[in-house]
Design a protein around this ligand. Structure first.
Ligand code: GLC
Length: 570
């Protein structure tokens, strides 16, 4: 067992004080004007990222990939895709970031590879070569059908027939993304090796894609069908050897090389996560939960994520509070509202018209004052919004395959209803190019970009935001400074107030003699503030998105989407 001393643990837990900025390279900044964002484009913008005050950058996959799932289908784990530059460019990015004291977190995508990966091509060739058991192969049933009814997240069966090998292989996502067979020690060794390769290049940690899916039930039982569907997506996470495999990654690579880890854990409840991030178990540092992202999804819908509903704020409060309480003294939270798989918060849950600045900063306040490590997704810090796309404008493989299933085959959703849901929750909402200024293509590229630019870029862009009186990015800078300078946000206790209130998210953090009360109006309404907080004579305002400076200043009204944090002595 690999163990660190107390002092080393303190030093190695830099991520507990950190705020992490996520870069989606394809859409961040195009330096060579080919329409794709690239590594040199990221290097150009390092001073901007640094100016936000963040501590680390998470890079979405940059490896060689046919881009069926925007880089989550990897054909070579050690080589940079020429679209983004060269390996030397990436090594330079790591160096330049380090010079600015910014750490680099890479994406580890090892539930599966691309079908163009050499491992898979070799695996297809025979049942007895070195790579034969790198993937999950099964014979057809006697009638030629799939080995079981498992469904893919991107619609249809999770099994694809391979003519060359005369067997089916498993793919939880696109058919071009075959799942790796983690039962095979050679697969595990190959993964440890590629992680060590990137460690040697200076990478500081890993965001681990769907890491809770890597262990499969080796009995491959049918999933119970709810609505008579032919293929059922269920039980993909928390397989029998999941903890063991993750512990192995920890012991082989993470602990010895002091690398940070945050695992994507789609089905984890706080109780599962506690095991994954309990320091004693030596698995992961943090996990990304999906629970709070489902507050606008109908629970018993037949159209998966496309059966949407208005955001349930009471539910949001209860889920986030559950995670705050469950992790306290057990592990550490990863905090996020946006990433490359999520829509833009002001459009999704806020008001992206008259209260865009206010609702963007309101949600930011809710998140950044919790215990855990906040992640900011590119563009979130300027209050970017969902684009007003037509169906044809969308690119995402999930959206296209789901449209085929729910609208064309199943006919349980009309095209209009699907589009309405896409406007609210599609993953593509976050993937439009970063809006730097109001020049051609939002300053992202001088050529036509790989993906349509959001039509609101003349109004919403970095340049304009930084100069605005109501500046989302400057508010983020203030929030980040608060985290760095006040232990109460890292270590303070957490208590939710007014749990059943559907409009206001209010909570207290306490440390020693200090109490901070976070009061955030998540509605368009003007409300009486006294219901949530009453100031004392010496109460102070720590931060306010309405630029209030005195606790007793206003006549006790909470303005629409107002966020305000008070400090009191106890
Ligand atoms: C993760 C990624 C997502 C990708 C999926 C399959 O959920 O965040 O973008 O489609 O894994 O690799």
């Amino acid at each position: 067992m690999f163990l660190l001393g107390t002092e080393e643990i303190m030093n190695s837990e830099w991520w507990k004080n950190a705020v992490i900025y996520q870069v989606y390279p394809k859409s961040f900044n195009d330096s060579n004007n080919d329409g794709y964002g690239d590594i040199n484009g990221i290097i150009e913008k390092l001073p901007y990222i640094k100016s936000l005050g963040v501590d680390a950058i998470w890079l979405n996959p940059l490896y060689v990939s046919p881009q069926v799932d925007n880089g989550y289908d990897i054909a070579d784990y050690r080589a940079v895709d020429p679209r983004f530059g060269t390996n030397e460019d990436l090594y330079r990015l790591i160096d330049e970031a380090h010079k600015l004291d910014l750490k680099i977190i890479m994406d580890l995508v090892v539930n599966g590879t691309s079908d163009q990966h050499r491992w898979f091509k070799e695996s297809c060739k025979s049942k007895d070569n070195y790579f034969s058991d790198f993937y999950i192969w099964k014979d057809a049933k006697a009638d030629g059908s799939e080995p079981n009814n498992w469904g893919s997240n991107f619609s249809g069966s999770a099994w694809e027939w391979n003519d060359q090998r005369q067997q089916y292989y498993l793919h939880y996502y696109a058919k071009e993304q075959p799942d790796l067979n983690w039962e095979n020690p050679r697969v595990r060794e190959a993964v440890f090796d590629l992680m060590r390769f990137w460690k040697a290049k200076g990478v500081d940690g890993w965001r681990m894609d769907i890491i809770t899916s890597i262990s499969k039930n080796q009995e491959f039982p049918d999933n119970p069908a709810k609505h008579n569907e032919k293929y059922v997506v269920a039980n993909q996470d928390n397989g029998p050897r999941m903890h063991e495999f993750i512990h192995d990654i920890n012991q082989e690579v993470l602990a010895p090389f002091d690398m940070m880890s945050v695992g994507e854990a789609p089905a984890s409840k706080s109780i599962d996560a506690r095991q994954l991030v309990d320091p004693k178990r030596q698995e992961l540092d943090m996990v990304f939960t999906f629970q709070h992202m489902h507050i606008d999804r109908q629970e018993n819908g037949v159209n998966g994520r496309w059966d949407t509903q208005p955001a349930d704020i009471v539910l949001l409060k209860s889920i986030l509070s559950d995670w705050q309480n469950a992790m306290r003294d057990h592990g550490w939270n990863a905090l996020y509202f946006e990433n490359h798989d999520r829509a833009r918060t002001p459009s999704r849950w806020g008001n992206d018209q008259e209260y865009r600045y206010e609702s963007a900063t309101a949600f930011a306040t809710v998140l950044h004052c919790l215990q855990g490590t906040p992640f900011i997704y590119q563009g979130e810090e300027i209050g970017m919004t969902n684009p007003d796309f037509k169906l044809d404008d969308y690119e995402d493989v999930e959206l296209r395959t789901n449209y085929r299933q729910y609208v064309e085959e199943q006919q349980t959703l009309s095209p209009e209803a699907f589009l309405k849901a896409a406007h609210q929750i599609s993953r593509d909402n976050a993937r439009t190019p970063m809006q730097w200024d109001d020049t051609l293509n939002a300053g992202f590229s001088e050529s036509e970009s790989w993906f349509k630019i959001n039509e609101r870029y003349p109004e919403i862009n970095v340049d304009k935001d930084q100069k605005a009186q109501k500046s989302v990015s400057n508010y983020y800078r203030d929030l980040i400074k608060l985290r760095h300078n006040n232990l109460i946000l890292r270590d303070g206790t957490y208590e939710l107030k007014n749990a059943a209130d559907p409009d206001v998210f209010a909570y207290e953090r306490c440390l020693g003699e200090q109490k901070w009360t976070v009061v955030v109006n998540l509605s368009d309404k003007r409300l009486k503030r006294a219901k949530y907080y009453t100031p004392n004579l010496d109460s102070k305002v720590v931060i306010s998105n309405y630029h209030k400076t005195k606790a007793s200043d206003s006549d006790e009204i909470l303005e629409p989407w107002e966020a305000i944090v008070f400090e009191d002595q106890i």
